[in-house]
Design a protein around this ligand. Structure first.
Ligand code: ZN
Ligand code: MN
Length: 473
């Protein structure tokens, strides 16, 4: 599995142009990233540190001397005619690492061959045949490449997905990449080959591109595996090539036959001095690595008694985990916090396209809301309505409750009167109840909630309804 991750830096890899996404085409460019003759590249220190930190988190050996190489190929999105990259077994920043995944309760190590630093290419737009345009804003944006080892440890689409989920989580925890597959800041290219059952003699591989969601990764790999099996079983040969994936059509198609290593004519980049990675530098970076997702999930299960599923959902993203931990620190019971975050909050965030870090409903709001429910001040139904309003306005739930008189009705006489009125207005339901269809109680509770504008406690309402129903016999 090859993964390219755009690094979160202000400026490009070898010049001071901004890396901002979405600016007008060809506005963030300069002679260096346009590859004009006579310019010289200067490496971005932050980008180097991002890659070192990632390599440390992925248990890699760190090169004491990191070297850049030129990877030569001609393509219109590559203005210099070569990409500055890293190469070989020794000089990429990180080598010989691994990442652990957890699938069906079992842990597995996926070995990582290398973690290296390079620059992104420009972006091509193809319109009519023969009519294309190129935007060089992306040319020279710092790019990290992470490649798994050979022979492969990933043996199924599910393992591939799990590897990517874990990797994406680690990158966002380290804040080295925003992890947005749909915007192309995290791109993955699985290399796929098959072997006869029981043999480990892998056949010719193909590489898949244009996979911009976890779902496409799984579907793309499944399709490609079946395609190769069909070719081989009908006596054909798989061609080594790069194939595109069409998400709408759910099929892969040939893009270009795969280049071989010698086609790139790698040689050391003469314009950049070797980068010495000292022990002191490494030590200072090691200190900046936070608790990683898998360890965090394990702690959530152990300390908070959360299920596997809950722990995974909460830790898949650093900001979600941080949000959750703040709620717990404010006294919210962990499982309660988890439910509100993964159900109600997640739904609102999805609807509005907001990140959890931009949520107007903060952990303090949630803690306040939960406290109102637990003290019996408001009913669960009112709480859900309040949740919406707080999410929209950012106001404190207790303030709204006070202002609007949403306090739960706890006056027994008032509740009992409401129960009696509901029974009087629904003689059919009462009859059914006495005829043995006791499930109608749910309907009656609903009517009672309506009559009290949701301010009745549902358990208490049901109790009173049952008591009053006996009198109605
Ligand atoms: Zn530039
Ligand atoms: Mn690359």
């Amino acid at each position: 599995m090859e993964v390219h991750a755009q690094l979160l830096t202000e400026s490009k890899m070898f010049c001071a142009c901004p890396t901002r996404f979405g600016d007008a085409p060809n506005t963030n460019v300069c002679p260096v990233c346009l590859g004009l003759p006579g310019t010289l590249p200067v490496p971005n220190k932050k980008a180097v540190e991002h890659v070192i930190r990632t390599a440390l988190a992925l248990n890699c050996r760190i090169a004491p001397i990191a070297l850049f190489y030129r990877k030569n190929y001609f393509y219109p999105d590559l203005p210099k005619g070569y990409q500055i990259s890293q190469y070989g077994e020794v000089h990429p920043i990180g080598t010989h690492g691994y990442l652990e995944i957890e699938l069906n309760g079992e842990r597995k190590k996926i070995r990582i061959r290398r973690v290296h630093l390079e620059e992104d290419t420009g972006k091509l737009f193809h319109y009519l045949p023969g009519e294309s345009e190129v935007d060089y804003n992306r040319a020279g944006v710092p790019l990290m490449e992470i490649v798994t080892d050979f022979p492969p440890d990933i043996h199924s689409p599910e393992e591939a997905r799990e590897y990517l989920v874990q990797l994406r989580a680690i990158l966002t925890y380290l804040k080295v990449c925003d992890g947005k597959m749909e915007e192309g800041s995290l791109r993955c290219e699985p290399n796929i080959s098959v072997a006869p059952e029981g043999s480990n003699q892998l056949g010719v591989k193909t590489e898949l591109k244009n996979l911009n969601s976890f779902r496409s990764v799984v579907r793309g790999i499944e399709f490609e595996v079946q395609r190769q099996i069909q070719i081989l079983e009908s006596g054909g040969q798989v061609v080594q090539e790069t194939r595109g994936w069409s998400e709408e059509g759910a099929y892969s198609f040939p893009m270009r036959t795969k280049e071989f290593e010698q086609d790139y004519r790698y040689f050391p980049e003469p314009d950049i001095v070797p980068i010495q990675i000292t022990e002191e530098w490494l030590e200072s970076l090691r200190k900046t690595i936070p608790e990683l997702p898998l360890a965090k999930a394990e702690r959530y299960r152990r300390e908070y008694g959360l299920s596997d599923y809950d722990a995974r959902v909460l830790t898949a993203d650093y900001d979600t985990a941080t949000y959750f931990e703040r709620c717990v620190a404010l006294g919210v019971e962990p499982k309660t916090a988890c439910n509100w975050i993964t159900v109600e909050l997640q739904a609102r965030l999805n609807e509005t396209g907001r990140a959890i870090s931009e949520s107007p409903l903060t952990p303090s709001h949630l803690a306040d809301l939960v406290e109102l429910i637990q003290s019996g001040t408001i009913s669960g139904r009112i709480a859900k309505e309040l949740f919406d309003e707080v999410f929209q306005t950012g106001r404190m739930p207790s303030e709204i409750v006070k202002e609007r008189g949403l306090v739960q009705i706890s006056d027994e006489d008032a509740l009992r009167a409401a129960a009696r009125q509901v029974l009087e207005e629904n003689p059919d339901a009462v009859q059914k109840y006495h005829a043995g269809k006791t499930s109608v109680i749910g309907f009656l509770v609903g009517q009672m909630m309506k009559a009290t504008q949701g301010r009745a406690n549902p358990q208490r309402a049901q109790q009173l309804l049952r008591e009053e129903l006996e009198k109605f016999r």
